[in-house]
Design a protein around this ligand. Structure first.
Ligand code: ADP
Ligand code: GLC
Length: 487
């Protein structure tokens, strides 16, 4: 099957979160299964360099775009998966984050940038770039790619389209004037088009027009049909319910496994956990904490935003520091949360280590060195860190939502007895519930046999891509067959 991934991120080309992990690893898995998969991304400077995309493979003349648009060609590092980069320096040749300025404000021309990206992806999908390659399926991801299915829906002879919702809370909302400036069909300014309560919604371009919709866990697929998680789109999603399915993310164990991880101090495996203690000592040192092997070390890595419950973590800090434990946090995001964490660290340097920033190597080292990993997310479409934690023997403490609920089995009495438990799961997004979960973990930590069993059961879980990649393939095949006009 020929598959085109349309995405704004793919690890290791460019990454701000889990979207990149998925769009870097799922194509590899599909290619391994023998499929012809290619990616298209904006030509961010970092992506260009890492894809080795020196060569301009084609030049596109796009509607309503004054300058020609280059299509550079490189590949996903260490694979033969081709990557096309939409080269429009005015929009994409910017240092730093793909979506926000160095001050953390959205780039003011994001609508223009991602509309152009979608037009270029559409031309590529229709083989208008002169590359003599036409995908059977175009698989788009998140709002930055979401105008592609809409633009393709205008074409009588087009590939099938699949859209994956990685996070419904990012929708690409802009005002009416912006909609006008994009020169999109005027008929799309309607409730059954892109209009959303008086604004233009990029994500609706896919939710309305893509042949199939997926999201990244079965539980989140159900949650987004409710007002609490649907952000006003729950009605539309319910309407498209027959074409919406949840496929749990896989992870790439060639990068995230303590047996082979190139970022960590010492490798280890379920049969030989000695290396974990070495990584723990290194992590304590890195965060300026005393290297105490017996003090439980808890960790959090993530975007510091409300979604992730970083504020809940802050709220319980005054209690946590009273306990015999250490906590390390690596993250960046909301300035107020960053400042509050820094301040808390200043007041409690013995128990609390904080690194504000984005550091891929350190994220691996945290997984390897910590005893437990805390994810108090308010919502979590899938979540990858808890899956990484399982593999690293780092017991995940998670809220029962989205993919967290689908991947971690709570250590209740029955699951412990049956040897199925893999972590601690709590229900309410409330500091008290989080604290109670941490306390349960501390009790289990003090029972070495139970803790060891919990770890071993987690390390035994298999969330590699194979099964999920097969599910995507089955869906691609269905999407191709069921489309009106398809052969
Ligand atoms: P989301 O995509 O919502 O941010 P996920 O759990 O799916 O959440 O994926 C987050 C990914 O980003 C993981 O690979 C995680 O290690 C990484 N990550 C998040 N914050 C940081 C950070 N500050 N430094 C390094 N890696 C980070
Ligand atoms: C999003 C979600 C996260 C998910 C990731 C990859 O960023 O917030 O839960 O794991 O996408 O699908």
């Amino acid at each position: 099957m020929r598959i085109l991934f349309v995405t704004s991120e793919a690890h290791p080309l460019i990454k701000t979160g889990g979207l990149a992990d998925v769009c870097g690893s799922l194509p590899r898995a599909l290619a391994k299964l023998g499929h012809d998969v290619r990616l298209v991304l904006p030509a961010y400077p970092q992506a260009r360099e890492r894809a080795g995309a020196e060569r301009t493979a084609a030049t596109l003349t796009l509607p309503f775009t004054p300058e020609p648009v280059g299509l550079r060609e490189g590949c996903l590092p260490d694979t033969s998966v081709p990557v096309y980069l939409v080269d429009y320096p005015l929009y994409f040749e910017r240092e730093g984050n793909p979506y926000v300025t160095p001050d953390g404000v959205d780039w003011p021309d994001n609508a223009l940038r991602f509309a152009l990206f979608a037009r270029a992806a559409t031309a590529l999908a229709l083989d208008q770039a002169g590359l003599d390659w036409r995908p059977d399926v175009v698989h788009c991801h998140d709002w930055q790619s979401a105008l592609t299915p809409a633009l393709l829906s205008e074409e009588p002879h087009r590939p099938a389209t699949v859209f994956t919702i990685h996070n419904l809370s990012y929708q690409g909302l802009f005002d009416w004037t912006t909609f006008q400036s994009l020169n999109l069909p005027y008929k799309w300014w309607a409730m059954d088009g892109l209009e959303f309560y008086g604004r233009m919604s990029f994500i609706k371009g896919a939710l309305v027009f893509a042949d199939w919709l997926t999201t990244v866990s079965p539980t989140y697929a159900r949650e987004i049909l409710t007002p609490e998680f649907g952000y006003g789109l729950e009605g539309l999603l319910a309407h498209r319910g027959e074409k919406l399915t949840g496929i749990l993310n896989g992870v790439d164990y060639s990068m995230w496994d303590p047996r082979v991880d190139t970022f960590i101090r010492r490798h280890y495996s379920p049969g030989d956990m000695k290396g974990k203690a070495v990584n723990k000592a290194a992590l304590q040192e890195r965060f300026g904490l005393q290297a105490q092997p017996d003090v439980p070390l808890f960790a959090h890595v993530g975007r510091l935003v409300e979604q992730k419950g970083a504020d809940l973590l802050l709220a319980v800090l005054p209690e946590l520091i009273k306990r015999r434990m250490q906590l390390v946090v690596l993250g960046s995001g909301d300035k107020a949360l960053e400042d509050a964490l820094r301040a808390a660290q200043g007041s409690h340097p013995q128990n609390l280590g904080v690194v504000i920033g984005y550091d891929e190597a350190l994220a691996h080292q945290v997984e390897a060195g910590a005893d437990a990993f805390v994810m108090p997310s308010r919502f979590e479409p899938c979540g990858l860190n808890q899956i990484y934690s399982l593999r690293y023997g780092t017991v995940p403490i998670v809220r029962r939502t989205g993919g967290l609920a689908d991947t971690v089995i709570d250590a209740d009495a029955l699951a412990l007895q049956q040897g199925r438990a893999t972590g601690i799961v709590f229900d309410h997004p409330h500091p008290k519930a989080l604290l109670a979960a941490v306390d349960r973990a501390l009790i289990l930590y003090d029972q070495p046999d139970t803790w060891q069993a919990l770890r071993a059961q987690g390390m035994d879980c298999d969330y590699s891509w194979t099964r999920s990649a097969e599910r995507y393939l089955a869906l691609y095949a269905r999407a191709g067959r069921k489309r009106p006009g398809a052969a």
